[in-house]
Design a protein around this ligand. Structure first.
Ligand code: COI
Length: 361
């Protein structure tokens, strides 16, 4: 399969410096988008073609376009960081590129070559470099590569045409409270994904499936929903859009990958960062009863959520149908803070990148 070279067709009318700076002063999450986007098409028999960087703009779709009916869609999330020397780097883009390929396989979509995925992200970040927030703060430029089935027709089958896009959005904290602990509602009846399903693929359907339980969590006064496994309704899986870590003193534990949990890049990175810092790091099953009992007996000292968007966010109150407990007293725990700082320092370029994770532009 040939790799398309991305043709540059920059905007004649980008936002002014003043308008951009006003957005960067308080970007929020996913509310503002940069001046450009990348698009690449795939057609059966022809492969990937027509790679372009174009002004950010609405896309027009026939009402019968496949993705609108059968949700053949996948996406990724990764970030670009401003470094002390003012250069810009992305974090582990090849991991996102490989997960994008796995998601594509699961949804019967064509696989974008890893180098094309990285090139598309690079071209967009280069063009919209001024949108990468200043070094040193919590902010970064969030990249959202995604792919949709664009064949027109209502037949249920893998489409014969696809559109891959990358858009970018300056991002501050995902949660309005910043790094303040979030509250969790444990959903013991609704599940996010089933064995043999597509829980380990990054596809919009999984997020759509999470919304009702997320809304129920809000009714219970919680920020996020936590899912248990679909068979025994016992084993902790993940939150609606992020993985979980449990801190037992000097050891961090995350639920092992079962096929219905998303293989988070931050989740994976923390196993290594924790070991670098001298902690033990383990992947194993954790039951909801163990979570409650170990919090109550004090052996489980901290819990945090992690993801590209959420970075590392501490868990505060946890509620389930017949119990409620406080995981933290309102401040992030010591291990949570250490891991968060170590990961962010690495990403911002103020900590040695021993594993070669940063992709310098
Ligand atoms: C991410 O952390 O990048 C995610 O995809 C989570 C969410 C914003 C959907």
């Amino acid at each position: 399969m040939t790799t398309p070279t991305i043709e540059l067709k920059p905007s004649a009318n980008p936002l002014s410096d003043a308008e951009r700076e006003a957005i960067l002063a308080n970007p929020g999450f996913g509310r503002h988008f940069t001046d450009h986007m990348v698009t690449i098409r795939w057609t059966e028999g022809r492969g990937w073609h027509d790679g372009q960087l174009v002004p950010y703009a609405p896309i027009s779709l026939d009402p019968a376009t496949n993705v609108l009916h059968y949700a053949q869609e996948i996406f990724e999330g990764l970030k670009a960081y401003r470094r002390p020397d003012n250069s810009v780097a992305t974090f582990r883009p090849e991991m996102n590129a490989r997960r994008f390929q796995r998601s594509a396989r699961r949804l019967a979509m064509p696989e974008l070559p890893v180098e094309t995925f990285i090139e598309a992200c690079d071209v967009l970040v280069q063009q919209d470099k001024a949108w990468v927030p200043a070094h040193g703060g919590e902010e970064s430029l969030y990249l959202r590569p995604f792919m949709i089935a664009t064949e027109v027709g209502l037949g249920v089958k893998p489409a014969n045409e696809y559109l891959f896009l990358v858009i970018a959005s300056p991002a501050g904290a995902y949660f309005a409270g910043g790094v303040k602990p979030v509250s969790i509602w444990v959903s013991e009846d609704r599940v996010r994904a089933v064995p043999g399903g597509m829980g380990d693929a990054k596809t919009g359907g999984n997020y759509a499936a999470s919304l009702l339980a997320q809304a129920e969590a809000a009714v219970k006064g919680c920020d996020q929903v936590c899912y248990l496994d679909a068979v025994e309704h016992t084993w902790v899986e993940e939150l609606g859009g992020m993985n979980l870590y449990f801190v037992y003193g000097n050891k961090i534990v995350t639920p092992s990958l079962t096929g219905s949990i998303l293989e988070g890049v931050t989740r994976d990175s923390l196993l290594t960062v924790a070991r670098d810092l001298g902690y033990e790091a383990e992947e194993r099953r954790v039951s909801i009863d163990e979570w409650q009992a170990d919090s109550e007996n004090g052996t489980l000292t901290e819990v945090f959520a992690c993801g590209t968007a959420a970075v590392i966010t501490p868990v505060g109150t946890v509620k389930r149908a017949d119990a409620e407990w406080k995981q933290s007293d309102g401040e992030p725990g010591e291990v949570t803070v250490k891991l968060r700082e170590a990961l962010l320092d690495l990403q911002r370029g103020t900590r040695e990148d021993r594993h070669g994770w940063m992709h310098q532009l």
